[in-house]
Write a protein that binds this ligand. Sequence first.
Ligand SMILES: [Fe+2]
Ligand SMILES: [Fe+2]
Length: 167
Amino acid sequence: MIKNKKIEQALIGQIKNEEHSSRLYMAMASWCHANGFHGASKYLFKQSDEERAHMLKIVNYVNERGGHATLSELDNLTDNYKTLIEVFEKILKHEEFITTEINNLYEESMKSKDYATATFIQWFITEQLEEESTFQDILDKMRMTGSTPGGVYWIDRELAMIAAGRG
Ligand SMILES: [Fe+2]
Ligand SMILES: [Fe+2]
């Protein structure tokens, strides 16, 4: 049982964060498609699915422990970007915010001696580490080449390869 209501609420807050991430990446994927970045679009649709899987993981965890995973109202997001690099800059910033949220959740569970939740959250800590480094990598490549039309074309193809599992 999740005895501590504060922890249950914090987990529900993280469900919202993951759902927001999923929606954000879907909006970005759609923008990419509409603007001719088909590789980036495929890649971001996939990221959106992954964030939804993160959300489901927490929903199941809360319910399996006798809580009730409710859904929250989502924040508004923008559908417009100027450049592909702006999209990925926003993603990295967003993931850094999510990492802070995950760290707070871990700290809160430790303080409450809810070791089961702390252990559960460890998976997300590792996941955030991976995601931040992946997005940083993409951004580095974009900064190196992205200002030229050829560079943008190349990075879009790179992202298509990663999305297809060949990157
Ligand atoms: Fe996530
Ligand atoms: Fe993420």
